[in-house]
Design a protein. Sequence first.
Lengths: 954, 189
Amino acid sequence: MPPKRKNNISINIEDVGMDVDASDSGSEVEARRRAKNRRAKPQRKAKRVSDNDDEDEEEEDEDESPRKRGRKKKAKPRDSEDDEEEDNRNVKRKSSKASRKKAKDESDEESEDEGEKKKKGASKKEKEENKEKGKGKGKGKQGKDAGAEKDKKKKNRKLSSSIEEEEEEKSEGESLSEGEMAALKEEVEEKKKLIATLRNKPWRMKRRLTLLKEAQDFVEKFEGALGKGKGRKLFAFKVMMAKKLIKLKRDFENFKTACIPWEGKIKDVESHFGSSVASYFIFLRWMYGLNMVLLGLMFGLVVVPEVLMGLPYGSIPRKTVPREEQATAMDYSTLTDFEGYFKYSILFYGYYNNERQIGLLKFRLPLSYLLVGVGIFGYSLMVVIRTMARNANEGGDGGDEGDFTFSWKMFTSWDYLIGNPETADNKYASITTSFKESIVDEQMNQKDENIHLRRFLRVLANVLILCSLGGSGYLIYYVVKRSQVFANMNKDDLTWMEKNEVEFVMSLLGLVCPPLFEAIAELEDYHPRIALKWQLGRIFALFLGNLYTFLFALFDEVNAKLESEKDIKNATILALNEYAANYSSYYNTTNVPPQNVHPADVIRGPCWETAVGKEFVKLTVSDIQVTYLTILVGDFLRAVIVRFLNYCWCWDLEAGFPSYGEFDISGNVLGLIFNQGMIWMGAFYAPGLVGLNILRLLSSMYYQTWAVMCTNVPHERVFKASGSNNFYMGLLLLVLFLSLLPVVYTIMTLSPSFDCGPFSGQEKMYDVVMETIDQDLPAFIGNIFVYATNPGLIMPAVLLMVLALYYLNAVSKGYQQANIDLKKKMQMAREEEKNRRNNKDSTNQVMKDLEDLLPNKSLIPPPAEEEPPPPDVVVDKGSRSPKVKPGAAGKGVHLQRDVSLAAPNPRDPVTRDPGPRRGPPENARGPQPGPGRGRGGGRGGGRGRGGPPRQYEY
Amino acid sequence: MGTTASQLGKDLLSEYQELTFLTKQEILLAHKRFTELLTKDEKDLPNTRVPAERILTLPELKSNPFRKRICHVFSTSEQKDGSLTFEDFLDLLSAFSDSATLEIKSHYAFRIFDFDDDGTLDCGDLEKLVNCLTGETDETRLTTEEMRQLINNILEESDIDKDGTVNLSEFQHVISRSPDFVSSFKIVL
């Protein structure tokens, strides 16, 4: 491709030169422009196939601007407009003729255009020409300029359109024909598009500014002309509205960016620690945004309505602290356990009433509760998946990761956000190491000296880690079980330790295990990047295992509670019956008034939902405590000690052993993800948890940015966020699914408590929806619902989805294949080009093999043997493959060597195969095909017809 | 802020917004930072150029190994001294902003890496690039052997048409696959 390209450009240069000569070349503007073009040339040359369009466009646009300038001038006084216009026209016509000579292929269309033009305004033109003659050449410089510029246009399309434009302008006052209208409209649209995409062009600001102004002027001027008659006003209004809308949109964008919090903080972190550490904070901020929406849903649709419109505290048993707990209900220790007043507050599931409609608005709280509980998952899923898709689009597919390791290291390893010399030094060092590492990797691909030992160690490490995972799981299970035993005991006998065992153990495991894994991973001796992935996977497994063990233990507890609930329910019913019997026998009436018991004294069930919610809240709180304490002790205290004890210590604390902490990105991100998982799971049972989480995220944003800035040092190996965004998002998605499962399971299968929560009295929680459909919606919707849940409809739907999945998968595979093919094609084309230019053998092995197969290619003799020319060699020389040009004859040695170097192994098949193909040319060639063959056969012995060429090769 | 806004002019501001990937606040901030770089008497003149040395005192650029190249690429100065006008400065920030497209980022990255301004990345450019990335000190420098190996590997990977240099389209091809180019090719004031 490149040579062709070059030719094009040279033509262009010629063109430009000619045109400029043709027109009045005194203008400085033009000269400067030309110089600029020249300067730009080498760069343009670099752009190849893919950039052709781009280039054309650029040229066009470059041409456009002065033309527009000319037009702008025109637009001012009415009388001078005509003159200039004509002048433009004149020059243009001249030049278009000139360029026609050069660009032959274009001339046809152009003349067509001209013809068209002539047809259109024949009479007018005559007039113009007359005037032209009168005015001569001493016209305004601008006009000349513009004309000269216009000449540079190579594209017919452009030319014709511009002609039309001129026409348009000329006859603006008159009525416009349909076609002209359309053309003008198109032009205006084009301009608008240009305005919209101008920022995507890598041009200088000045140029873009002038272009923008011109385009805007153009649009302004001609947009009004488009509408006419009745439509005119409407059109103008529409245009005005569109303009207003754009402005509004931009203001909204500005407002939106102004609303994004913590930009400054994150920027500080970025410049100190590079984008990797900042990516954690950006993730944190994203999480904050997500949770804000969840908070809005939860509080706006559930909590606040209940507070405003529901029954107040103390009105019914579920909203009252029981009598036996009231003495301690306000104690600090009780509250920190989320017992007492907290347990019977808006924070937990149990507080909500099962009244179908509350308040003036007839707000259906139970329904809303269920829908919000499910909607939180729906919204989160949507957001996470959308973010993932966007990230995937942005960051390339990453599919051919192995293909560009070096280039990526080279071109993308610098983190431009780094604004701190210390970090920059670290970055230099880490880049150097990574270069060296990859070079070494490349040089000796795995020099496994003792593979057995390493394998053994890796297996051992994995066994150890599995053991510790299992151990931690068992520990949690054991602790949760024990806590159930404790729960049945008297609270006063228990120590603080016994009460908070579960949370304590879980946090401790989360604290101890990751470093343990890291230590074990030392055994494996993986590459750091792989090691990091393993580490992440293991921590993930640990967290997940812990969470699920916790959940299973919790389910055991729930089942136990459900059992006891039955007893209590029976007991209450019994008590009620007894009361009724007593009452009726005492007063001798069947009309029993409701029992008048104080709500605090009513017998109540265990309310397992609140218990579950309480567990989650406690877990979250202890997680927050542990995280903050770790930062305080592990980072801050350490930093203080290192900093101040360093003055009186025997070794250098800052550079030596304890040193300052590094920010643990993966650990923090995983912590955040699991915290979110707990929120998702717990939010259904404890609506207040969402609010708590917001507080946590908010405080941790400030706390952690402070901690990282004042106690941590940049990573020694500064690595970048490196598309880990989607990795983290993927983990988040997984956690979301895993936290979805238990919640949906409880909603669908377990029966809610009989005396607490919005679903009390229902058989299943989702009965609320059924009830609403039956009672409040028209019957046909209920019917639709019944049909929609019919297995006969669901099965095909699932099938359809599977098919769609299969189809999309196949399509993506096809694209992949096409991609590979195109890449290959590009390479082939380039090689072809190169060969033709260099008159050399192809560098491609495949092509070489092919060339060996071509007739007589291998017969080119070495010059030494050329002196005594045997008859068939002479003949061969004459009929050498057309690819080799005469000029290459002197390079015989080269060729020969190349050939023999290139294809040492396929020689045998080559000599055997081409026999039949070589037949015809030899026959046609000369009188002695017979002898040649005969000789070959004789000498070659077993080799057959391949004989003769081989003779001269050796 | 009120003063800067009035200095910049409403029309110009909206045009700048149209032409760059920056928001209003960012442009105003850029203007503020830019005027801080000007000396007293320069402030009154329109379209003043700030010499490269003063631009490079910005903390955002100070520790960047490509700072000189960046100034050079974005400068419209005739003398090629890397001095920037405010519009050049906005160009710079726009290309390095968060919302700039991959296309434009890779274009400018290519020009920054193209040390001899000849439109392709040849061995000399790549060598300079490696030296920039590995820092000034001798201990982090690569040996000539390593350098040769590295450059060969890079050309092998990204030089699709095998002409011994990396051109813009090849460069963009490589860059567009990279997961973290867009996120790291960023400078925020």
